[in-house]
Write a protein that binds this ligand. Structure first.
Ligand code: ADP
Length: 556
């Protein structure tokens, strides 16, 4: 059995046509040694010029002739010539292969049948390499007249390696193609490749599906040949020329009805150059995306925004118009209420004066009850007049322009205290813990606020107690807080916010209209300030006014 790994073994077994052993023996007997030497030299010369490895073994299986190429094959084995073939084979090859070779050589020697194999790949026993050979043997008469076996052998290791490398390259290339196709086919985009002449070289699955074609139907075709119109062909040609020239990608958008599918669509596409090793454009790779839906949504959004803008503009105009109308009406109403309120004071004053006259001049003639009624009329008229004055002040504060200037609060307060007997002893003690910083305020507005706070501070006091009010200031960043601390009846915490509303009065035991603090808040707001109160109820109140501090340059 032949166990050697001989691929594509084409052993040809023909019967030998060479001379028989008997004929040769007879022939050599006639010639002397010189003839033998001559033949031997001739034989060596023949082997020497062969481009292949060649060696011959004689009928005793001794290696007799080896050319220089074959010597390289035998390598490091010393004195190959004259050594036993079988022994040498067992040095060079593993036992199994050496046995095979010995058997094949012996068969050829005995029968004259030549043998050849085109590819023998074997790991060597004497070197750490695998070698590939193509070899053949035949039986020939050797120069000594006896029969021997000649072996021609070509090292095809490099050829085999080249083939293997080529096979691997092809496999790897095919793998790359499968990989690329796999990737390109999973995207919902269209992927395609053109050559420089605009012929399609690749189209991914998605594109083929849309076209309803097979890859083999489209490869090598131009856009026009695929069924697109001439204008698309012209566009494609122009774009490819541009990419070849610039070597830069190109991004564009196109809207059209596909002649292949009959569907209208908007497509965004990018064409990119694929460069060869010299940097020249070899192919043009394209990806395209159907953006029809997105474009429609964008268009709808744009229209909606446009409409919204239109509505907003109309709305603004309407609001402006209505505001102007409303402002006009408010102004008219304010003017009306101001003048009517103002005019109401004259009959009130008349009522008050006549009631006082009646009391002064006719008191003894009147019954006691009548005198009492007259007093009540006078008091009511007086209260009504206060109400009207407060209401007029409030509406003035609402309408008037309040110009802010630096005001010295201490000076203002001292002037007020001096002018009103109710603010100084024995009626009350008002203490100013100066100096108080200058603030930005409207003079009349601030006078009004101070007056209301001081009025309340000396008014809301328990019967029999003498009011004591302390005014001081503290600074908070750019603001100044002016404190008015009294020893009055105090305000329950839940009422701290309410008392700044219109007509809010916590007690009917004290005279008042409930407008004063509302007026203070309004005026403070219009001066860019604020007002508040701290009080636990029962133990006095601490009202504060906060205003912008005068800037250094305006203080001077
Ligand atoms: P009026 O003083 O005319 O009643 P205000 O608007 O000035 O109206 O004050 C509203 C209410 O707040 C007062 O009626 C009073 O009940 C309460 N109030 C204001 N200031 C003080 C204060 N210093 N101490 C106690 N209660 C006060």
């Amino acid at each position: 059995m032949q166990t050697s790994r001989h691929r594509d073994v084409r052993a040809s077994r023909r019967s030998s046509k060479g001379p028989s052993t008997v004929q040769l023996h007879r022939h050599t007997q006639k010639h002397p040694d010189a003839a033998l030497r001559h033949r031997s030299e001739q034989f060596e010369a023949l082997l020497k010029h062969l481009p292949l490895a060649a060696f011959a073994v004689d009928s005793d299986f001794t290696i007799r002739h080896v050319n220089s190429v074959a010597l390289r094959f035998f390598g490091d084995i010393p004195d190959v010539l004259g050594r036993d073939f079988e022994e040498v084979m067992h040095i060079v090859w593993p036992k199994r292969h050496a046995d095979d070779l010995t058997r094949i050589f012996r068969h050829t020697l005995e029968t004259g049948e030549p043998y050849e194999t085109s590819e023998c790949i074997e790991r060597r026993a004497d070197r750490d390499v695998t070698e590939s050979y193509e070899w053949r043997i035949g039986r020939i008469p050797l120069p000594d007249g006896r029969l021997g076996v000649i072996c021609y052998c070509r090292d095809i290791t490099r050829r085999i390696r080249t083939f293997e490398a080529l096979r691997q390259a092809v496999e790897s290339h095919q793998q790359q193609v499968r990989l690329f196709d796999g990737i390109a086919s999973t995207t919902p985009d269209f992927v395609y490749v053109f050559d420089r002449e605009g012929r399609l070289r690749y189209a991914n699955r998605r594109l083929l599906e849309v076209w309803g074609m097979k890859l083999s139907d489209v490869i090598g075709k131009t856009v026009r040949q695929l069924g697109y119109e001439q204008l698309h062909q012209d566009l494609n040609t122009r774009e490819i020329a541009q990419i070849i020239e610039t070597r830069r990608p190109l991004k564009a958008e196109i809207a059209f009805k596909s002649p292949i599918t009959g569907i209208f669509g908007i497509y965004e596409y990018i064409l990119s150059p694929v460069l060869d090793p010299d940097g020249e454009v070899e192919f043009i790779a394209g990806t395209a995306r159907d953006v029809t839906e997105r474009k429609r949504a964008e268009e709808a959004l744009r229209e909606a925004q446009e409409k919204l803008r239109e509505y907003a503009n109309n709305l603004e105009a309407t609001v402006q118009q209505r505001t102007a109308e409303l402002q006009k009406t408010v102004n008219e109403l304010e003017h009306f209420s101001y003048s009517i309120t103002h005019d109401m004071r004259a009959p009130l004053r008349a009522m008050h004066s006549f009631a006082a006259l009646l009391l002064d001049d006719f008191a003894p003639a009147l019954p006691a009850a009548a005198g009492d009624f007259l007093k009540r009329i006078a008091i009511s008229a007086d209260r009504m007049d206060h109400l009207i004055i407060d209401a007029l002040d409030y509406s003035k504060a609402m309408r008037e322009e309040l110009t802010l200037v630096p005001v010295d609060p201490e000076k203002l307060l001292r002037g007020m205290i001096a002018s009103y007997p109710s603010f100084h002893p024995p009626a009350a003690d008002i203490e100013i813990l100066g100096p108080l910083p200058t603030v930005m305020a409207n003079h009349a507005g601030l006078t009004q606020c101070f007056s209301n706070l001081l009025d309340n501070a000396v008014k809301f006091i328990a019967p029999g107690q003498r009011p004591h009010v302390r005014v001081r200031a503290d600074k908070r960043d750019a603001m100044v807080r002016l404190w008015f601390e009294d020893n009055g009846i105090g305000i329950p915490p839940e009422m701290h916010e309410r008392i700044f509303g219109m007509f809010q009065r916590l007690s009917r035991d004290y005279e008042g209209t409930g407008i004063g603090l509302a007026l203070v808040r309004k005026v403070m707001e219009r001066m860019g300030g604020s007002v508040g109160v701290e009080s636990e109820g029962g133990g006095g109140s601490r009202f504060w006014l906060e205003l912008n501090q005068t800037k250094p340059e305006s203080a001077g």
